[in-house]
Write a protein that binds this ligand. Structure first.
Ligand SMILES: Nc1nc2c(ncn2[C@@H]2O[C@H](COP(=O)(O)OP(=O)(O)O)[C@@H](O)[C@H]2O)c(=O)[nH]1
Ligand SMILES: [Mg+2]
Ligand SMILES: [Zn+2]
Length: 411
């Protein structure tokens, strides 16, 4: 790749316009046939129209738009992003603190999502890091400390909460591979990609403290479908709840094909089954702050030592929350991502008409509505509303639908 001129499509109203789907960086890269690969799975849902908000840039050198991963670059995965610095673990195990090449930022609609946790990137090692490839180069002091850390405990080396502050080698992120499997939300009218390149979304819901919020489940399930992720529902703190009272909820989600596990990080209930579901897949754990995401991961892999909130921190709502997502490799299970708590999950780039698609149980009734374009909100002769009145559809789910429909219509 990379000789002669190259066309790149960028957003006209950078940072403000809503792209019709996904993320512009990804799309720009998809123009390259070689990079098109397996990028399709994240695109099951797309907004209609709106494709004309792009303009085509012609840049002198393809390498400027899509910098080639030359022999000096190493491939890796973004473990976490701290402000301007991204921490990348290269395939060879070295961990780099990286800046992001400016051009990549200008290709993206939102600087916050240029590089995100889970991204597959190409890093150009800089300065001391280049010397680190050669242990005899005389700059090994910084690196050898890091290697000792890894050898002592590979997991803690990846865990910022337990890793000693050893300076990592540095590098520049030159290229971000197309994403698949993303968890995205709308944040202050912008797209915030919480994590990329995962297969599965574990929606962690607390039955008590904080209390169960079923409408949040429905939003997470919609976000999973939109991002191409297989959902799993973890109803945590089961030790504090009455399982009989939960039966209708568990039954409902199981019926629409979502695996549901009653878990307790405190007693270990459900942890074995959870471990099986995690095996060989990359899973993002998401849910409100204080529901027990970190506790469950610690239960899945003893020794992980993720920081868990105290009861008073849970009650303080939001102040002591982790503010970044981090990618963690589990010994036997593949990758997991522990995300910060998300209190509300606004769906990014959603048109009202697509919301119905996130409620599979509505499907048999939709064709029976009097109007073919029925929104199931106010129309007469709406078969969905009639089914809710007859209790054939859950009223709770219908209210989730209305909330998400109105949320999508607001913009
Ligand atoms: N009783 C009980 N408490 C739990 C359980 N899971 C987590 N907790 C407690 O809930 C609080 C929040 O847990 P944490 O893992 O930090 O939640 P996160 O914010 O989702 O990562 C901590 O005080 C945990 O001890 C559980 O299954 N049962
Ligand atoms: Mg946590
Ligand atoms: Zn209808």
């Amino acid at each position: 790749m990379g000789n002669g001129k190259k066309k790149v499509r960028v957003d006209l109203r950078k940072n403000r316009a809503k792209p019709p789907r996904g993320n512009d960086l990804t799309r720009a890269f998809q123009e390259d046939a070689a990079a098109a690969g397996d990028a399709a799975s994240g695109e099951r849902v797309r907004a209609k129209g709106d494709l004309s908000r792009k303009r085509t840039l012609v840049v002198d050198d393809a390498a400027d738009a899509m910098p080639a991963a030359d022999a000096a670059c190493v491939r890796g995965r973004v473990l976490r992003v701290h402000g301007l610095a991204s921490v990348v673990e290269a395939d060879d195990g070295r961990v780099f603190r990286c800046a992001v090449r400016r051009l990549l930022k200008s290709l993206s609609t939102d600087e916050r999502s240029v590089v995100t946790t889970g991204d597959v990137v190409w890093v150009r090692p800089s300065g001391a890091a280049v010397g680190n490839q050669d242990p005899g180069a005389g700059v090994g002091g910084r690196d050898s400390g890091f290697r000792e850390t890894r050898e002592a405990d590979a997991v803690s080396a990846l865990n910022p909460e337990t890793r000693p502050p050893t300076p990592a080698p540095e590098g520049m992120i030159e290229r971000v591979e197309p994403r698949h499997g993303v968890l995205t939300r709308a944040s202050r009218r912008r797209e915030h990609v919480l994590v990329a390149n995962v297969d599965q979304l574990a929606v962690v819901i607390s039955l008590v403290q904080p209390d169960l919020k079923p409408h949040l489940i429905d939003r997470y399930l919609a976000a999973a479908q939109k991002g191409g992720l297989a959902p799993v529902l973890l109803l945590n703190k089961a030790d504090l709840a009455d399982p009989a009272a939960l039966q209708p909820l568990v039954g409902f989600y199981a019926q629409i094909g979502v695996p549901v596990i009653l878990t307790s990080a405190a007693t270990g209930l459900g942890v074995g089954r959870l471990r099986e579901l995690l095996r060989g897949r990359a899973t993002v754990f998401s849910g409100q702050s204080g529901v027990g995401k970190s506790s469950l991961l610690n239960a899945v892999q003893p020794g992980l030592a993720l920081k868990v909130k105290s009861v008073s921190e849970v009650n303080e709502k939001g102040r002591h929350t982790t503010t970044y997502s981090q990618l963690i490799r589990l010994d036997a299970c593949g990758w997991v991502v522990d995300t910060p708590g998300v209190r509300q999950l606004a769906l990014w780039d959603t048109i009202p008409e697509e919301v119905e698609g996130y409620f599979p149980e509505f499907r048999p009734f939709v064709p029976l509505c009097a109007f073919p374009d029925c929104s199931h909100t106010h129309e007469t002769g709406c078969a969905v509303k009639a089914a809710v009145a007859r209790r054939q559809l859950s009223e709770r789910r219908y209210h989730s639908y209305l909330g998400m429909f109105r949320g999508a219509a607001e913009d």
